[in-house]
Design a protein around this ligand. Structure first.
Ligand SMILES: *[C@@H]1O[C@H](CO)[C@@H](O)[C@H](O)[C@H]1NC(C)=O
Ligand SMILES: *[C@@H]1O[C@H](CO)[C@@H](O)[C@H](O)[C@H]1NC(C)=O
Length: 407
């Protein structure tokens, strides 16, 4: 309170009055110096308060079509625990207009509108359409980047979607652009169309340095509102050995190459060193893990031999992967080991092994985002949080993230 009063004082002081009466000159100078110090402190305090505050929640809309405990409908999103909700996914038609991918879920069941209706609960919430995704073809993105007429069609169609369904912008999930010029043209064309209407433009990008050629980081950071760095899937079933999905740091026993290429810190440093503004970068947090079947249940450490990927979960139905909800529901008797070097846990139970994220590791990632003054964190994806309280508190991961970001 005191602090605010001094600030107001500074802003409302009439400079003419300070120098009236030479007898009080010294006192006034002293006060001035004091006020300048306060102003400088306020500036830096303001900066660090403004920095890391985004919680960008990707919602895999097909969660609404899952069975039993896996079902997660738009109203299950806690609108006060997200600053942004990204609706995944819409696609692109051959003419580069946006395409609804699941007419029944997105339109007939009202998925798109029910997500934007969350703004009635949290008026500050931004909702974005995510276009693309891991299974979407790159062809239409490429032709929009290379053909101004198609780019215009894409932009106009996106704006129509925003207006029809109540959205605030577009999140481009092209996995992955191979050509910098094409991607730049796509983004700057969309930006030019969106900016006059105040719509947001964000991207989800490959985390791994050197594996894709299509990012001109300084140009991207100029036109984008947020860059979501997908800091997960660093290791999975293809290795033949147990390994972590989303280590924050390299492991003590890893090679130099692994330490520079296979963890979230390496990826974020790659983007920052490449010219991305920290306040536009969000670090990705995975609400899932990669699972394995151990060759020998007695050899259950990191980097131990496996016979293959773990069985698909009943809800997410992905070979070699389980949502945090499935880990909590089906492996609550497992043994959890937290890796102090990598800042992530793994869990084993019989011949089952999974490297994943828990409350402790998501806390470390939020702390990291704050250390680096990033925009915040994003989550892939919120419908696999522990909604049914098998591990503890309802939606404990998202709650933990919010607690730590406001801490
Ligand atoms: C790292 O290597 C040392 C020496 O081989 C071993 O004792 C230790 O268990 C390893 N740590 C991990 C986490 O694999
Ligand atoms: C955990 O172990 C208890 C006692 O053996 C058993 O009743 C329960 O079903 C187990 N839970 C899971 C999820 O496997």
């Amino acid at each position: 309170m005191c602090f605010k009063a001094s600030l107001r004082d500074i802003l409302t002081t009439n400079p003419d009055k300070i120098y009236t009466g030479s007898s009080s000159f010294q006192l006034q100078t002293g006060k001035m110096i004091f006020k300048v110090i306060i102003l400088v402190l306020a500036f830096f305090a303001g900066k660090s308060f403004a920095a890391t505050d985004k919680v960008i929640c990707y919602y895999a809309s097909w969660g609404a079509t899952r069975e039993g405990n896996g079902k997660f409908v738009p109203e299950d999103i806690d609108a006060n625990l997200c600053t942004h909700v990204n609706y995944a996914f819409v696609g692109l038609n051959d003419d580069c207009t946006l395409a609804v991918l699941d007419e029944e879920n997105d339109i007939n069941q009202g998925g798109l509108k029910r997500v934007s209706a969350l703004k009635e609960i949290n008026p500050n919430l931004k909702v974005l359409l995510s276009v693309g995704g891991a299974t979407a073809g790159a062809g239409a993105f490429e032709s929009a980047g290379n053909d101004p007429a198609k780019l215009d069609a894409m932009a106009q169609s996106a704006i129509e979607f925003f207006e029809t369904y109540g959205y605030d912008g577009l999140d481009v999930d092209w996995e992955y652009p191979q050509d910098k010029a094409t991607f730049n043209k796509l983004l700057s064309g969309l930006k030019a169309a969106f900016e006059p209407k105040g719509y947001l433009l964000t991207v989800a990008v490959n985390s791994i340095p050197g594996e894709v050629g299509g990012y001109d980081i300084p140009e991207m950071t100029k036109v984008l509102d947020l860059i979501n760095v997908m800091t997960y899937d660093f290791h999975a079933m293809w290795g033949g050995f147990t390994a972590e999905n989303s280590p924050l740091y390299g492991g003590d026993n890893e090679s130099d190459w692994q330490r520079e290429n296979r963890n979230a810190d390496a990826a974020i440093r790659y983007w920052l060193d490449g010219g991305a503004e920290a306040e536009k970068v969000a670090i990705g947090i995975a609400f899932y893990g990669h699972s394995f079947i151990l060759s020998d249940p007695n050899k259950h450490g990191l980097n131990d031999q496996t016979v293959g990927p773990g069985e698909p979960g009943p809800y997410t139905v992905n070979l070699g992967s389980l949502g945090y909800n499935e880990i909590c529901e089906f492996h609550s008797n497992g043994t959890v080991v937290f890796m102090d070097d990598m800042k992530v846990p793994y869990l084993y139970e019989g011949d089952f092994w999974i490297g994943y994220d828990n409350e402790e590791s998501v806390t470390a990632k939020v702390q990291y985002a704050k250390e680096k003054n990033l925009a915040g964190v994003f989550i892939w994806s919120i419908e696999t949080d522990d909604m049914h309280e098998f591990c503890g508190e309802k939606n404990a991961l998202l709650k933990t993230i919010n607690k730590e970001i406001k801490n």
